[in-house]
Design a protein. Structure first.
Length: 145
C-alpha cells in the first residue's frame, strides 16, 4: 500500500512540475489551471467580485524560445486589453532574476506556466490568475466583471 502511494505521489509531482519547453505538458497544465480557476470563480458568490486595479505580469528574462514566444504573445494581449485604460497599473517581473519581487505573487497562488498574470484588487487580493497561452479576450472578460 505504501509503495502505491509513493508511485501516485511521484506521478502527481511529475504532472504538476513546471514544464519548460515541453509544449504538450504545458498545455495540459494550463488547461488544468484554467479549469481550476473556472471552478473557483463559479463557486464564489457574485457579491464578492473584486475590481482589478493592478496586474503583475510574470515572465522570465532568460527564457527558452517557446516560453519567450508565449511571453511575447501574452504581453501583446495585455497591452491590447489595456489600450486606453489608465485605471490599472502593470508591474512586469522576471521570475528568474527578480525572485524577491516574484515571491509575494507566488505565495498568493502558485503558477504552473509562463507568462502568469496576477490580477489584483486595490487591497492586493488576487482576483484571478491567468497563465500560459493568454489572449486579450480572456483579460478583457475578467476586467469587465
Amino acid at each position: 500500500m505504501k509503495s502505491t502511494h509513493t508511485v501516485l505521489l511521484g506521478l502527481l509531482c511529475v504532472c504538476l512540475a513546471p514544464t519548460g519547453c515541453n509544449e504538450s505538458r504545458a498545455s495540459a497544465s494550463n488547461t488544468a489551471a484554467i479549469t481550476s480557476q473556472a471552478a473557483l470563480a463559479a463557486s464564489a458568490p457574485a457579491a464578492t467580485k473584486l475590481k482589478v486595479t493592478k496586474i503583475a505580469f510574470m515572465d522570465k528574462q532568460h527564457a527558452c524560445d517557446c516560453t519567450k514566444k508565449r511571453v511575447d504573445t501574452g504581453w501583446t494581449a495585455l497591452q491590447s486589453a489595456l489600450a486606453g485604460r489608465t485605471d490599472i497599473t502593470v508591474e512586469r517581473i522576471h521570475s528568474d532574476t527578480e525572485e524577491a519581487k516574484a515571491e509575494p505573487y507566488r505565495n498568493l497562488r502558485a503558477m504552473m506556466a509562463l507568462p502568469a498574470l496576477y490580477l489584483l484588487d486595490g487591497e492586493g487580493r488576487l482576483v484571478e490568475l491567468l497563465q500560459g497561452e493568454i489572449t486579450a479576450e480572456q483579460i478583457t472578460n475578467i476586467l469587465k466583471q
